[in-house]
Design a protein around this ligand. Structure first.
Ligand SMILES: NC(=O)c1ccc[n+]([C@@H]2O[C@H](COP(=O)([O-])OP(=O)(O)OC[C@H]3O[C@@H](n4cnc5c(N)ncnc54)[C@H](O)[C@@H]3O)[C@@H](O)[C@H]2O)c1
Length: 298
């Protein structure tokens, strides 16, 4: 049985604690702010409908690492905080312990280069909140041991998550690069007056997103030509190449455009109603994920 240490338990660390607890791991929880780990325990108890016997709130980092063989670090996204924390983690944790960071955008090389045992460090990046969204991105630093990536993948699979592996560090990892490409085009279409922001949302929610909910863009095009992806690319590759050239000038998301879109969205959902709308989104995620499991048998 793997004992996991969740280090830093704000938004993401709390969700990680639920992921590990419901999968049956023993979980040690520690946060630099004394009240935070208690709040995490309350959050997990509320989600599970009972106080979990396998979650231990720890008074120190040393206690959190006691017996743990995998650490999921979710401290603030500040490189100097991570550098200092990893120095402590590296000196306190036994050499075989995997140190995984939830960082959204910092490469592991930016906060582990100074460590004696840096080969056991990597990024395990969740999509928030990981207890509702299974994908995680495993991103090694140049010095991460391949076995460490393997072990992180095994822990994630046992926790019920869906890991993907990047061969190397890259800005934005995979998910935010894909999302960034789509958002860049979405802003361009609205800025150029081609369609409204609401219609961009509709194009995804009522169109592309229906297939993307259970398969990716490559499988989508593999099924969209009689003989598969090769035929699709031969037929439509030149058109997409032309589009890519039109999309090749990166644009800032300027304040005027953002203000217009924000005005439209605050008319749709007022600032006070945003928490309720997020709760609605999470209920949809739970229901649709259950339906997806039933339909796909996964
Ligand atoms: N929020 C998201 O959508 C999201 C998604 C994916 C990844 N992440 C990443 O997860 C990490 C945490 O983000 P968050 O949104 O949960 O932040 P958060 O501010 O909600 O939580 C951070 C927690 O770390 C604690 N902390 C501060 N200094 C610490 C230290 N030295 N050691 C241990 N704990 C410390 C804080 O008390 C706080 O509870 C970041 O690296 C972030 O990039 C966030």
């Amino acid at each position: 049985m793997t004992r996991v240490a969740v280090v830093g338990c704000g938004v993401v660390g709390s969700s990680w604690t639920l992921v590990f607890a419901r999968a049956g791991f023993d979980v040690n929880v520690w946060d630099a702010a004394p009240a935070a780990a208690g709040n995490t325990l309350a959050f997990v108890a509320d989600a599970l409908g009972a106080r979990p016997a396998n979650v231990r709130v720890c008074a120190s980092l040393e206690e959190a690492l006691d017996g743990a063989d995998y650490v999921q670090e979710s401290a603030p996204e500040r490189v100097e905080i991570k550098r200092d924390l990893y120095r402590r983690l590296d000196s306190l944790a036994g050499p075989g312990v995997v140190l995984a960071s939830s960082t959204s955008g910092l490469p592991a090389s930016s906060f582990t280069d100074h460590l004696a045992n840096r080969a056991r460090c990597l990024v395990v990046h969740p999509i928030n909140p990981p207890h509702l969204i299974p994908l995680v991105e495993l991103v090694p630093a140049p010095w991460t041991d391949g076995h460490v990536v393997e072990r992180a993948a095994t822990v994630m699979a046992r926790a019920g998550q869906a890991p993907i592996r990047l061969a190397r560090e890259i800005n934005g990892f995979v998910v935010n690069r894909l999302q960034g490409a789509l958002l860049g085009e979405a802003f361009r279409l609205v800025e150029d007056g081609v369609c409204s922001a609401a219609d961009v949302d509709k194009a995804v929610a009522e169109g592309l997103g229906l297939r993307w909910f259970f398969m990716g863009p490559f499988e989508t095009i593999d099924l969209n030509a009689q003989h598969g992806i090769g035929e699709y690319c031969r037929n439509l590759g030149p058109m997409y190449y032309g589009l890519a050239k039109e999309q090749a000038d990166p644009r800032e998301w300027n304040a005027r455009l953002v203000g217009e879109i924000e005005g439209e969205y605050r008319r749709k959902t007022s600032a006070e109603d945003l928490p309720a709308r997020r709760a609605w989104r999470d209920r949809c995620l739970v229901a649709l994920t259950e339906a997806k499991r039933r339909v796909l048998g996964a």
